[in-house]
Design a protein around this ligand. Structure first.
Ligand code: FPP
Length: 252
């Protein structure tokens, strides 16, 4: 569990081996509510502060040369939260896109959504669709926003899509392989995450990218997401680069 660093960002950054970067980083942005509570602020203030970290981390990931960044913004279970909290999250998403879209586009960021976007209220849905359309030809950094996303739902949905193809005679049952199945996930054509980061001290996956994380390296920290800086991101990458990935084989 990593928490604090005494070195500056520039010093930490130098420790990264830029030839061995993780291609895909996924983040569970957790702890906004507890951060706000600790400061006697409403939970929405925690989410607002969380958006500032989104801006910093997206910029840092792009500058470092990360190709895919997946951020867990809203789960299929988050609808259970009070109505005003759900509304504030949706509003923040709209403000984020309105405020950042031109900048993201200029920096070659392609925005994608993982999740069932049709259930998202009209205004945020329109903004997101606009962002997806505007950035569709960019390829420097693919920014996946997991929105109304749940891993179990994603897998079930993929099973339905494959089953429909079987029913329509497009594929035989025997032809279904993990690779074929993967093509029906929201992340189709994308590499699996190499590194999954969860701040806030929680040591669980919470229905995130269940199929894709089979061989992902995990990195946890006690800091709440509104305190998560680009230095933490660098430290996670440095730790990742010390891991030996065997994919079930033996060390090569
Ligand atoms: C978890 O903290 C965080 C969320 C459910 C929302 C994350 C969303 C944002 C940071 C802002 C919107 C996203 C984008 C991409 C602009 P929590 O509220 O569960 O924290 P707690 O466990 O301390 O209560």
């Amino acid at each position: 569990m990593y928490n604090e660093d005494t070195k500056s960002f520039e010093e930490i950054k130098k420790e990264i081996d830029l030839d061995r970067l993780p291609q895909h980083i996924a983040i569970i942005m957790d702890g906004n509510g507890r951060w706000a509570k600790g400061k006697m602020l409403p939970r929405s203030a925690g989410h607002k502060a969380g958006v500032e970290r989104v801006k910093e981390i997206v910029k840092a990931a792009g500058d470092l040369g990360i190709n895919y960044l997946t951020l867990y913004a809203f789960s299929t279970e988050n609808w259970k939260r009070p109505k005003d909290e759900v509304e504030s999250l949706m509003n923040l998403l709209v403000l984020y896109i309105r405020g950042e879209l031109n900048n993201l586009h200029k920096n070659g960021v392609k925005i994608k959504v993982l999740g069932d976007i049709e259930k998202i209220p009209l205004l945020p849905r329109r903004e997101i669709n606009k962002a997806i359309k505007k950035t569709k030809d960019n390829d420097k950094l693919i920014l996946n926003i997991a929105l109304n996303y749940g891993g179990r739902y994603e897998i079930t949905r993929a099973a339905q899509l494959v089953a429909t193809e079987v029913k329509n005679g497009m594929i035989d049952v025997e032809e279904i392989t993990p690779d074929i199945f993967k093509k029906h996930l929201y992340t189709k054509e994308q590499p699996d995450p190499d590194l999954l980061i969860r701040p806030s001290g929680e040591l669980r996956i919470s229905n995130f990218l269940l199929f894709q994380i089979a061989y992902t390296e995990f990195w946890f920290s006690d800091v709440y997401w509104p305190d998560f800086t680009k230095s933490h991101l660098c430290r996670a990458i440095i730790d990742f680069q010390k891991r030996v990935r065997r994919y079930g084989g033996i060390k090569g």
